[in-house]
Design a protein around this ligand. Structure first.
Ligand code: ZN
Length: 292
């Protein structure tokens, strides 16, 4: 059995066949957690999860890129890449974090985490003053969502892109203040082995997906980072519809492909895929309090 701890079957890419995709995963004994990225996709995740008695769960949260205002540009729309994968395009509207609205959604028993939330400095403005403001706004919204996770005693699903030092500092401060009550996963982990050790000491786990099949020059080699992290701190994910593993042979990723990620992690660690499947499933069940 596998658990895809991060599959956006609640996104538009699955608008027409979300339930078929989830049924396909369940048939392969693969459970799915669907994180929201804004209010609409969080609500959709809850709605979909509520249609299943077991094996399909939701998380609610506001992703840092949705604090931004960005419009889709026409040239991008006409590119071949976008024609093949139209869900890569989305507009962001500069959304506010509405604490009570997210709290209301999180009342559902199917909501197992606050996420995905975090820091993303990839698209930050180039002027220093604006950059500072941009980062402060993201930290402020992340702190509000940490407040919500603490109030509801839920784990966090954290997104972090080129912001690991700030993330560690913020989590350390919050962990100290809360007396160690924060828990969660660093999804799509791209930090170094040293940063992973600090985050593990702060109580966090690590999610890996199809990104581990790529050697991205700006990032530490995935196999090195994976082998430095103990198996009992690793969970599997797909980040569907994005980051499709090469072996899947299609353009759109889906939770059923999480087994390819498990194979690659097993290879990096030099252990069997059965062992990775069983330890990551136990980790995810414990972290997100999934029953049975
Ligand atoms: Zn995601």
């Amino acid at each position: 059995m596998y658990i895809d701890t991060h599959g956006h079957v609640n996104f538009n890419a699955f608008k027409d066949d979300g339930k078929e995709v989830l049924d396909r995963a369940l048939k392969l004994n693969t459970w799915v957690i669907m994180p929201g990225s804004q209010l609409t996709t969080s609500a959709r995740a809850v709605e979909l999860a509520q249609e299943y008695a077991e094996g399909v769960y939701a998380a609610v949260g506001l992703h840092p890129i949705h604090l931004d205002k960005r419009e889709v540009d026409v040239q991008e729309v006409q590119s071949e890449e976008v024609r093949e994968r139209p869900w890569m395009l989305f507009e962001t509207r500069g959304e506010e974090f509405l604490y009570e609205e997210y709290k209301r959604l999180a009342q559902s028993k199917k909501v197992v985490a606050i996420g995905e939330v975090g820091l993303d400095y990839y698209h930050q403005p180039s002027s220093q003053g604006k950059r500072k403001e941009y980062r402060e706004r993201q930290k402020n919204v992340l702190n509000q969502q940490i407040d919500l996770a603490l109030e509801l005693d839920l784990p966090l699903i954290l997104h972090c892109r080129v912001a690991h030092q700030d993330m560690i500092a913020l989590l350390r401060e919050r962990q100290d203040k809360s007396g160690g009550k924060l828990r969660g996963v660093m999804h799509s982990y791209t930090g170094t082995s040293e940063q992973a050790q600090e985050l593990a000491e702060l109580g966090f786990s690590f999610g890996f997906n199809g990104l581990i099949f790529k050697d991205v020059p700006a990032l530490p080699p995935p196999s090195e980072v994976i082998s430095s992290i103990p198996s009992d701190r690793i969970v599997l994910e797909t980040d569907s519809p994005y980051l499709v593993p090469p072996k899947a042979g299609v353009e759109r990723n889906e939770p059923a492909f999480v087994r390819f990620v498990a194979e690659e992690i097993a290879r990096a660690k030099g252990i069997s895929v059965e062992e990775i499947a069983s330890v990551t499933t136990a980790n995810a069940k414990a972290l997100f309090s999934l029953s049975p």
